[in-house]
Design a protein around this ligand. Structure first.
Ligand code: ZN
Length: 435
């Protein structure tokens, strides 16, 4: 065995689902033999970007600055999609060298790396260096479907399309890993995630469902991938940053803030456009078509707190935002009031299931941009974004993300039942990633 390392991400797959899927992936089971994995506990996050920010940097969100797929840039009305350059601590999981291969990894930009993306970053290229495109059988078209609205209309057709894209990506990955020199590689597979958004978390393993045919096709492609990878003799690890559950309800923090007179709205299309742009450049997240800009509000200047992205609550601080209204002397009292409001309402709606996260008092982060003051989290509940201010709580997607993924490293026992993304970074670096 050489000392090359391959991390395969199957984001969206639970540890339980993975052990079931491994029964159909004999070569993967062999490459992961003698392994015992751990649950990845990603609280307070369920989205790929902040979890991957912690895995990539080995630092917490209040140190690396990433708490969602996007952050408010100079105004709570303006979102910017998060990427590697906005992180406040360096990426340590992988190097920035041509021998580092990154395929479809959140946040990471090409820089010097050998890189293939899914098109979720607002940059034009999907492969770097450009001659990589010659490795694809067809011209690489990363985004599997034009919109989730179409996916909901015809789930089976979308499933076969997204599996087609995943298979092209796997073929490209094999050619990169077989034909080019490399030391470390991260490949992220998103089809298992997307399939669950269309059909629900139970569909992956239910042989009685029509979608099972699609799942089998995907597993066949993965088997072919592992057959090729086994020949390279690399050590493999598998990670999933989150899993899925049936969505019980959605919760609109902005509507709550509005009723309690901390937030007010002007109807303007700009916020809708910004947010729709941010959202449409993500992949793997189910979006109700009504949340894409049809009923967006625009925060007025009297807003004192808002949740521009799901579960993240920001104060409209004058110090942080050009149109901010909350002065430093008002912060403490406002924080107290909001904490009481959230505790009361989360308990009213969800009993003891809700959690409110704040950054530690002792931390004095020097992040590149403002951090949320509160992160609200309730299992099986999706939080609305800022664009959904005037929507009601009834409109809910089929599934939610859960704050539990997993990590398995071939030939190794992790020794803990549950680890954090920070610990995942440390253990992966210990076996050689990033150096
Ligand atoms: Zn998902």
């Amino acid at each position: 065995m050489d000392n090359r390392l391959l991390l395969i991400s199957v984001d969206g797959v639970s540890y339980q689902q993975w052990s079931e899927l491994l029964k159909f992936l004999p070569l993967a089971s062999k490459m992961l033999s003698e392994a015992s994995g751990a649950i990845l506990d990603t609280r307070p996050f369920v989205e790929a970007q902040p979890i991957w920010a912690e895995i990539l940097t080995g630092t917490r969100w209040y140190e690396n600055g990433c708490s969602s797929y996007a952050h408010p840039d100079l105004s709570l009305n303006k979102l910017e999609v998060f990427n590697e350059t906005l992180l406040s601590t360096p990426v340590t999981l992988v190097q920035n060298l041509p021998t580092t291969v990154c395929i479809n990894v959140p946040l990471l930009l090409p820089l010097q790396r050998t890189w293939i993306a899914d098109g979720s970053l607002p940059i034009l290229s999907t492969a770097s260096p450009p001659e990589l495109s010659n490795l694809f059988d067809n011209r690489y078209k990363p985004r599997p479907y034009a919109s989730l609205a179409a996916a909901l209309r015809d789930g089976y057709q979308s499933a076969s399309q997204l599996i087609q894209v995943e298979m092209e990506r796997l073929n490209a990955a094999v050619r990169v890993l077989v034909e080019r020199p490399w030391n470390e590689a991260v490949l992220r597979i998103t089809a298992f995630d997307q399939l669950q958004h269309i059909f629900g978390p139970h569909a992956l393993l239910d042989p009685n469902l029509l979608v099972h045919r699609n799942v089998q096709e995907l597993l066949g492609a993965l088997n072919r991938f592992f057959a090729e990878i086994a020949k390279t003799g690399c050590q493999i690890a598998c990670i999933s940053a989150f899993s899925h559950s049936m969505c019980r309800s959605r919760f609109n923090v902005n509507a709550l803030l509005r009723r309690a007179a901390y937030l007010s709205v002007e109807k303007k299309p700009a916020f809708a456009a910004n947010r729709t742009h941010a959202v449409s450049s993500m992949s793997g997240l189910a979006l109700s078509p009504v949340s894409l800009g049809t009923s967006d509000g625009h925060l007025s200047v009297s807003t004192r707190a808002a949740s521009p992205v799901g579960g993240n609550v920001f104060l409209n601080r004058a110090r942080a935002f050009t149109d901010g209204t909350v002065g430093d002397t008002e912060v403490e009292a406002l924080m107290r009031e909001l904490k009481a409001l959230f505790e009361d309402r989360l308990y009213y709606y969800f009993g003891g299931r809700g959690s409110i996260f704040t950054r530690p008092q002792s931390s004095s982060p020097v992040t590149k941009h403002a951090l949320p003051e509160f992160i609200l989290h309730v299992p099986d509940v999706e939080f609305f974004d800022g664009s959904d201010i005037i929507l009601d709580n009834q409109d809910k997607p089929l599934v939610c993300h859960q704050d539990k993924g997993f990590l398995v490293i071939g030939g190794m026992t992790l020794g803990e039942e549950s680890i954090t993304p920070i610990e995942a970074n440390h253990v992966l670096r210990k076996i050689g990633f990033g150096n």
